[in-house]
Unconditional design. Sequence first.
Length: 468
Amino acid sequence: MSTLEQGIKDDVSWLEPLSIESLLQDAKPDPGRVKEILAKARMFHGLTPEEVAVLIRVEEPALLDELFHTAKEVKEEIYGKRIVLFAPLYISNVCKNECLYCAFRASNMDLVRRTLSYDEIAAETRSMIRTGQKRIVMLLGEAYPAEGFDYFLNAIRTVYETKEGPGEIRRINVEIAPLSVEDFRRLKAAEIGTYITFQETYHRPTYEQVHMAGKKKDFEWRLGCMDRAMEAGIDDVGLGVLFGLADWRFELLAIMQHAKHLEDRFGCGPHTISVPRIEPALGSDLSMRPPHAVSDADFKKIIAIIRLAVPYTGMILSTRENAEIRRDCLQLGISQISAGSRTDPGGYESKDHTNAQFCLGDHRSLDEVVRDLAAMGFIPSFCTACYRMGRTGQDFMDLAKPGDIKEHCNPNAISTFMEYLLDYASPETQAAGSKLVEELLSGMDSSHREFTADLIRQVKEGRRNVCI
Ligand code: SF4
């Protein structure tokens, strides 16, 4: 079956809009109940949809403060100070769909279309490597050139085979349109990291209004795609909605239903949840006036609640958001951010970005973001060890348990950060980063200090990709 053909309908009865509506209606943010829920969240056991609905209703400032404070505690305990960095690689902006919020939609004649050749993909990859990137998410619109899906698989191979100086891309996550089980198997064989697809909105009437034409109109095909990916053996999947299309309260509970469904069926929930908000896009009226725009205050609440509800699931924030919001959200639960991003095919080589998918809120270079993170005490991490060592799916979730992170992730984050500092950082970033590394080492107990210092020594001696 070809990629763009629809297979047998997936069972998507796990999405229960009526139960979401009634949870939202019945939830009461009684202070005693809220405190009980926050106490449970501090045990890192996650939250039920009913508990999430109660937190959604919290408005009282003191309780909100407690909610944020608890999210910070949980984030710090599970993820430490580590922030994983990545950047998107768009290889085509051709698309057959008509998503009203997107500049790439088929009818947008203002956009110049471009599908990168393999040589151009290699050139983009070299550009990204030269700035220090190690992890990418690869994307394209929902249309393939003449080779069909093989184009995407060859593009993955091209990126992995491309080297530049001391660097290479070590992990490719992908964000492409839903596939059949058979094509997901081929994607897995291409050694991808996480498969990511946003449902955009779980609210079916809204979904039907904003997806006017093309394959993406099929709500159920999209809703069932993570089941097909996991059936095909892809352990790590990433969920997300485009906040601003429908009521965020509904979306949040629907994501929880999706996560629970995956956990029940496959024994492992989503590896990541992304939290994009609609940003202005060329030729899209809807993107200029999102029907359910999410305020900054609500956005932070969404992030804090997700952190408590699914504590071991990574949370991704892109450069859609500006630097200030990103700084706040790092404290509340975000564990991965993109930096130095371009959202147009060829964007890393070119200076003209008029053909981007949407407007960016954070235009800083990777070097500036790294320096800012270090100044805040966060460890910028380029680590890909879990993926390379097969610690995916449930194995990763087990490792993410509090305490274990200190054994693996912090030393690995520091050693990959040291690689970045030596190979790519500006003198100012090197100074800020070296100071941070010294502080981190002096704050460790002697055994952790010893083996982390050993990893750093190996990197300084010229070894690369040294991880445990
Ligand atoms: S959101 Fe994706 S599928 Fe929709 S028009 Fe844009 S690129 Fe195409």
